[in-house]
Design a protein around this ligand. Sequence first.
Ligand code: 5AD
Ligand code: SF4
Length: 472
Amino acid sequence: MSGRIELNRKDLAEQEKCMEAVRKILLDRYPNRQPLAFVHSYGCQQNVSDGEKLCGMLAEMGYGFTNQESQADCILFNTCAVRENAEFRIFGNVGNLKRYKRVNPNLIIGLCGCMMQQEHVAKKIRESYPYVDLIFGTHASHLFPFMLKKRLEGQKHVEEIENHNGLIVEDLPVLRDGAFKAWLPVMYGCDNFCTYCIVPYVRGRERSRRPEKILEEVEQLAKKGYKEIMLLGQNVNSYGKGLEEPVDFTELLRRIDDVEGDFRVRFMTSHPKDCTREMIDTIAQSQKLCHHIHLPVQSGSNRILRQMNRCYDTKQYLDLIAYAKEKIPDVTLSSDIIVGFPGETYEDFCRTLDLIRQVEYDFLFTFIYSKRVGTKAAQMEDPVPAQEKSKWFRALLEEQSTIGQKRNEKRIGTVLQVLVDGSGKEGTGRVGGKSGGNITVEFLGDASLIGQLVNVKITQAHNWGVIGEKLE
Ligand code: 5AD
Ligand code: SF4
């Protein structure tokens, strides 16, 4: 089992002792009320899932929760480093916390997650935001109780930002945000080193959880009545490398599909170079796997794909898409696209437009390239002005809006199974949710339907989703 270090409950005994110690200190410090924590996770679902574990630990240590920073005794920002905008926003929000600390000197402020795993960021926090008490990276979440204990015992600043490659931590307490949708990480890290991306640097090398631990969690979630499980990994379909038992992602999907219960399963993110026809066949034949494939292409230009180190070309990509459409006729397709990668020309960008017209995605996640310190692309010439990139970006959104509308029009008259997750657009009296294909569906109904799977006949199409009528 090369490069894989698994910690379980037994190995975490030290952390359990720290949790116990923190609980005692808090009882002493807050004899008449429960101390409150505010936790915010920025960025991707993996980060949200990490945040649920931090909340699990906080709950075990005796904290309650608040969604108002001003009420909190402990504030944790679980940060994201994938684009510069996210970092700016986080720095701004950390700056705002200073006033809360002035009012409440006992307030503990912690920053964790991907941004902290970059040395230059940790340095900036140390130097410019000295009122931050705890700094810890993605490799040290499980050490949170130990760090909090040290801080509560009087140490001014506690930091854990070392890179522990290969670490998998099982059996941490989890406090899930939702009662019917659950995130379930199956692997961590990424080995792909796409040239624009910071993730391999901040989340370390790929490592997969053992299938039995994953299946155990799926079974527990099914028993608790969860209706949707999202399997997570930066590159889910390279699941299985380094495991003792040879189980690849397709086999994992088959085993999950066999778990009893009334729930559906999604996964993200797939990398086109690791997406096999066998995986597509498995989705087609399964009972519980949603008919949605999120397959980020990033660019429609082979030249740019090479510069990005994506390891596929547009032909290979389009062949996979054609196969998916053939085997799963109602498949929903989505993608991530980066506009304005260093050296991208208008002709390259037009190839991206051509590709999205050809695939006819149901929806896209679109990004303007953001330079990340330490990546290969950060060294590349980037002559196109930001204004020009914004123009291309708007053209891409417009094109996709037309395609999305057209795709949704084809849904009129069909019946979609919807997991209702909240209200629809304000003032309409509608509730809304996602279909198996991850299409936004709204229909007239009341809040009692939230958390249920219902069948909806589609009557209207928009570029953002569809509207329908609930079938009895
Ligand atoms: N700039 C812009 N977008 C990026 N992504 C990752 N890194 C960057 C970056 N430096 C996008 C990719 C990826 C998604 C999660 O974020 O499209 O698939
Ligand atoms: Fe980043 Fe590429 Fe890994 Fe995705 S596959 S996390 S884009 S390096």
